[in-house]
Design a protein around this ligand. Structure first.
Ligand code: SF4
Ligand code: SF4
Length: 326
């Protein structure tokens, strides 16, 4: 879908520490009230793992090879995790309950499987995957909406739900394979990440990127050949979309995690990465091997005191320089 400009984000998974500061920033700003309590427009999940909502990668959606929409099932509230409160008043104020406890018995929630990952010690592994709406070039949510309520802004390609037009049919919730559109039962309308457009319009980075403790996020426009997005996505090809096979053409890209070597039975280092390449390729496609090799080569160059534009970009010496918003 052609737009005049497309805003984009790159996230370096080597730098994410899973602190959830981005999640908190987004939630406080947009989703802690008015029927959005269960929503996480930005979430950070442990991989390998079921993700959020639970097992969303198995739900379907997106497009098939002929470009036809693949509808899928809608996640249940249990798949998202029913938000719970704590007995703060009884435990902390009145003192009528000696224990601070949830007001329901939780059975699932975002990050239920945090830090579990896969494999056996000493070859166990996991990494963090922050996720938000990809503001796709070919949005399945938009294609599925029979009310034409979802649109891409011409000036920056941000995908928005027109709240006046939305009737809450939820075709978008089904169609998005990333499950990044949510249904607000209080107002019977769909809602999603708005890429903090009121901030973008003032030249400010999104809340998730601005607050990111690990400085893992860059924001810029795809057509800016001097900007970090072009450097990471087009020039060095080290940033890749999540599940490109789903056909929505995401505008959020990830530098895949580098991995230490596996250990053999006698503690010797094997010539095999601990995070299996096949697993990373199942997430980020066939460009993973080259991306990892490029980062390894440039890191080595920097270690040896040689110049590396790529490593200077990835380090992000000054946070403000990671955002190029004009
Ligand atoms: Fe739509 Fe989902 Fe793409 Fe966001 S990630 S633009 S909600 S299809
Ligand atoms: Fe990762 Fe940054 Fe979010 Fe922390 S704030 S979880 S480092 S993306």
């Amino acid at each position: 879908m052609a737009v005049k400009r497309q805003i984009s984000m790159v996230l370096d998974l080597n730098k994410c520490i899973g602190c959830q500061t981005c999640t908190s920033a987004c939630k406080l700003m947009w989703t802690n009230r008015n029927g959005r309590e269960y929503m996480y427009w930005n979430n950070v999940e442990t991989m390998p793992g079921p993700g959020y909502p639970r097992d969303y990668q198995k739900m379907g959606g997106g497009f098939d090879e002929e470009g036809a929409l693949k509808l899928s099932r809608q996640p249940t509230l249990e798949d998202y995790g029913i938000p719970w409160e704590y007995n703060y008043d009884d435990a902390l104020m009145a003192g009528t309950d000696p224990w601070l406890r949830p007001n329901v018995k939780p059975t699932w929630g975002p990050n239920w499987n945090e830090d579990e990952g896969e494999g056996e010690y000493p070859n166990s592994y996991y990494f963090y995957l922050p996720r938000l709406c990809n503001h796709c070039a070919n949005p399945a949510c938009l294609a599925a909406c029979s009310r034409n309520a979802i649109y891409k802004r011409q000036e920056d390609g941000i995908v928005l739900v027109d709240q006046e037009r939305c009737r809450g049919y939820r075709y978008c919730v089904n169609a998005c394979p990333y499950k990044k559109v949510y249904f607000n039962e209080e107002i019977s309308k769909s809602e999603k990440c708005i890429f903090c457009y009121p901030r973008i319009e003032k030249g400010l980075a999104t809340a998730c990127a601005r607050q990111c403790v690990g400085r893992i996020r860059w924001i810029g426009y795809r057509d800016d050949e001097e900007g970090p997005i072009h450097t990471l996505v087009e020039k060095y090809k080290v940033a890749l979309p999540l599940h490109p096979e789903w056909g929505t053409q995401p505008n959020v890209f990830y530098v895949p995690p580098s991995s230490p070597s596996k250990f053999g039975p006698n503690g010797e280092e094997l010539d095999e990465p601990r995070v299996p390449l096949k697993y990373l390729e199942s997430l980020f496609g066939s460009g993973v091997k080259d991306a990892l090799e490029t980062v390894r080569r440039e890191r080595q160059a920097k270690r040896e005191g040689r110049e590396s534009e790529l490593m200077d970009t990835l380090i992000g010496f000054k946070h403000a320089e990671m955002f190029k918003l004009s």
